[in-house]
Design a protein around this ligand. Sequence first.
Ligand code: ZN
Length: 256
Amino acid sequence: MIYKCMEKIKTIYSPVFLTDYPTVDCENPDRVEFIYAKIKDIADIIEPEPCTLSDLALCHSEAIIKTVARTKEVFDTAILAVGGAMMAAEIALREPSFALIRPPGHHAGHNFNGGFCFFNNMAIAVKNLLAHDTVESALIVDIDLHYGNGTHDIVKSDPRIAFRDIDARSREGFFKDLEEALADASNFDVLGCSVGFDTYVRDWGGLLYGEDYHKVGSMLFSANQRLFCLLEGGYYVADLGTNTSFLLQGILKACS
Ligand SMILES: [Zn+2]
């Protein structure tokens, strides 16, 4: 299927993601605020709905759900982030999408969480599509600096889902690994990308320049047009918005 050229990308966002819930200092509301400010001209904003308890149960144990629910601000923001991810995945069946959400999710497994993550936005979004028979297979590519251990934990025993984590030590290695990870992406019904900008040259990873995210966006969309991207990490707030804009423009460019 070839999509029509778009000027804006469907972006799931809510001011609720600016909630200053208890977490580490670096995973703060400024992250999404700065991104929103930089991408709003190329983003077609859609407000998410919170997910339900049964959506959470697609991927998480009752114990973990109950633990997160003890802190209302965290729980309310986290279920909206999951709902946003689910919406982004559903939109991807028609056109590419981006979920500008927090908290991130890829370190949340079936019965554990950590690394600033509470529920696994990506895994729930994909399992929800599969549960409704909307798609029969999915590829998840995680380009965050850190290993998506939570996503791996949840999807490892599901033959319908392939999970590939880019764990490069250099810029060249990153693009080589990404190319390999996407080589057969067109064979899957949908492509979900866990996007972390902590690979940025001025962030913890020190790997990629801002313009490189443009190339990443183009590579992702060229590999599978049923693409959705979810925000995971990225802590160099001053350039987070610019880097996100590069990624989205890369998707739009490949779409044109
Ligand atoms: Zn990370």
